[in-house]
Design a protein around this ligand. Structure first.
Ligand SMILES: Nc1ncnc2c1ncn2[C@@H]1O[C@H](COP(=O)(O)OP(=O)(O)OP(=O)(O)O)[C@@H](O)[C@H]1O
Length: 580
């Protein structure tokens, strides 16, 4: 990563993190307090030895002992404060980042999701923000405290004795080397464990999501092998951490004890010569032992910063993505439901038009069935009506108003969309239907379900409307799920209805329920049915045949059948495939 862009990432992050400046102020105060308290105790010890113990002022020793105790209490107090408020600050930053990311996902248009998998997005929201919290917040603040401690120790030592300070510092390069080499290996191994854990969870996720495919193709053994391979790699990664940890910390201890030996030897010599006092030597011994933690922290800061910046980059990449839905535009309260496509061209990918010069007029309250081969562009027409996408060229008018001028939110409020696949959110069936209209009450849901003729079906579920969607998800067929979708759409009391009729074969009883509910929902509303089974076209006033992105035929079902063109061919071939 280029240095300039790393710096600007970091600047941007710090600027945003500063919005929590009150918590940060407490952290900074506690860091300074803890560094100062940490310096004080060796100094007090030195005073106690030189001014009280050696001169034999035993009576006043109680006072100095109290002072020493006070410095320890202060150390405890500030360190606790620092630990707690660093966590508070980190969690606040984490929450802000996560909600920004989540909000961004909700605001993004469908192009955004083309290049990003669910796993990738989840990992950015959960793992990358965690890394930022661990490393950037805790790491940087901890590092700041360490730099302050180190600087404080060096200044305190210099004030006591310059020569002894320089000699004591000779072990610092050794500690830096150990921290860089073994500490670096330890941190890399630790990072690897995190990646392995993520891999394990993705293998488990795939096994659950793809269980039917795995079974159908007899791939159980392969998946098991993959899982055990990743598990073994995880163990190896953890063992590497254990080995490096086992080597690293004892080595750091030895290095810091080396400096103690140096202090005892050289300090003892200076004390013998009368150049320094015994108290100063004791204070130096204590200071020398306080290097290792801060040195490791400071050295690891750079290392960790690299991985944190990579995580930060992934986070900002999402936040800066420009595929956002804009909700600007006029608000429509009610629509007559007239829809007109005027020379509409559309491409998902540049240069590959999926709809080509589509002209279409749908009068208010009419029922239009869109038919065509798979991939012809039927769903795309529905996507454009919903304003999931806007036409690349041309325009779509609603009651004569250009769709681009109408706010997406208000337009979608007036459209009841029944997709092929019904997504049930965690919660009950009641909650799943209620989500369609925040103003609706439970009575409205029951009324709507009765109108659609699906009340009895829901009442037969284990807990009726209170059956949990998870449980229901396992109980319900695609068609039955579509009934829930129909109820959702009806609860909105929409002006326009889009039905993406389910392709999969539905058992005759459910099919009857779905069909009746569909007819009820379409009553008095502009309705667009994406018909996979052509028998459904008999309910339509007009059938539109799409082929390779163009409308190739339109008219009433009877007209088209007698014309013996595209529709007739499609119809007869399907009737031969599916008897009845
Ligand atoms: N999100 C997308 N990105 C890129 N291309 C897409 C996308 N969605 C659909 N397409 C392409 O656009 C064309 C029309 O797709 P569309 O889903 O509208 O067809 P359809 O008639 O509804 O098909 P089906 O009957 O199989 O549902 C297809 O060639 C498809 O591959």
């Amino acid at each position: 990563m280029a240095d300039k862009s790393s710096l600007s990432l970091l600047k941007r992050f710090i600027k945003e993190a500063l919005s929590e400046r009150r918590t940060l102020a407490i952290v900074v105060v506690s860091i300074v307090g803890s560094a100062l308290a940490n310096l004080a105790s060796p100094y007090i010890l030195r005073v106690a030895i030189d001014h009280y113990i050696i001169p034999g002022r035993y009576k006043e020793l109680g006072f100095i002992a109290m002072l020493y105790l006070l410095s320890l209490v202060a150390q405890w107090f500030f360190t606790t404060l620092q630990t707690f408020y660093t966590e508070v600050f980190g969690q606040k930053v984490l929450r802000n980042l996560r909600s920004q990311l989540h909000e961004k996902i909700l605001q993004s248009n469908l192009d955004f999701f083309k290049t990003k998998s669910t796993g990738d997005l989840v990992s950015r929201i959960i793992n990358d923000t965690n890394v930022v919290n661990d490393v950037l917040v805790s790491g940087l603040l901890g590092g700041l405290g360490s730099i302050l401690s180190l600087a404080g120790i060096i200044v305190a030592m210099l004030l006591l004795d310059v020569k002894l300070t320089l000699v004591t510092l000779t072990s610092v390069p050794l500690m830096v080397i150990i921290a860089l080499y073994f500490g670096g290996k330890m941190r890399r191994a630790y990072r690897e464990t995190r990646q392995k854990i993520a891999k394990i969870s993705s293998v488990v996720e795939e096994s659950v999501a793809g269980i039917e495919t795995i079974r159908a193709f007899g791939k159980e053994k392969d998946v098991e092998k993959e899982f055990s391979k990743v598990s073994t790699e995880t163990i190896k990664a953890y063992l590497r951490v254990a080995i490096y940890m086992g080597i690293f910390w004892p080595l750091m201890n030895i290095a810091s004890l080396l400096s103690v030996i140096v202090v005892i030897a050289y300090g003892g010599y200076l004390a013998y010569k009368g150049a320094v006092s015994i108290g100063v030597v004791v204070a130096f011994i204590q200071y020398a032992q306080r290097f290792r933690g801060p040195i490791n922290n400071v050295v690891s800061m750079y290392d960790s910063l690299q991985s944190a910046l990579a995580a930060l980059e992934r986070i900002y990449e999402i936040l800066d993505d420009e595929n956002v839905e804009d909700y600007e535009g006029i608000s429509v309260e009610k629509l007559k439901g007239e829809i007109e496509f005027r020379n509409v061209w559309f491409e998902y990918e540049k240069g590959r038009p999926v709809l080509k010069d589509v002209n279409l007029y749908i009068p208010p309250a009419s029922k239009v069935a869109i038919v065509g081969k798979t991939g012809a562009g039927k769903t795309t027409i529905a996507n454009l009506i919903m304003r999931f996408y806007d036409p690349t060229k041309g325009e779509i008018l609603y009651d004569g108003i250009d769709g681009k001028k109408i706010s997406r939110k208000s337009l979608r409020k007036r459209i009841g969309y029944v997709p092929q696949e019904t997504y049930l959110f965690p919660g009950t069936i009641m909650e799943n239907i209620l989500m369609a209209n925040p103003e609706a009450k439970e009575e409205d849901v029951i009324r709507v379900c009765k109108e659609l003729g699906i009340h009895d079906f829901i009442m037969k579920l284990p807990k009726g409307y209170e059956t949990s969607a998870g449980e229901a998800g396992k109980l319900l067929s695609v068609g039955e799920r579509q009934l829930i979708s129909l109820a959702r759409a009806m609860l909105k009391d929409p002006d326009i209805v889009i039905l993406d009729e389910a392709l999969s074969s539905v058992d005759p009883k459910t099919e009857q329920l779905v069909q009746n509910a569909m007819i009820k929902l379409m009553e008095g509303r502009t309705s667009i049915i994406i018909a996979h089974r052509l028998s459904i076209t008999r309910f339509a006033d007009k059938v539109i045949v799409v082929d390779d992105g163009r409308i190739v035929e339109e008219g009433s079902p009877g007209e088209l059948l007698s014309r013996k063109g595209y529709f007739y061919k499609l119809y007869t071939s399907q009737m031969q495939e599916v008897p009845g």
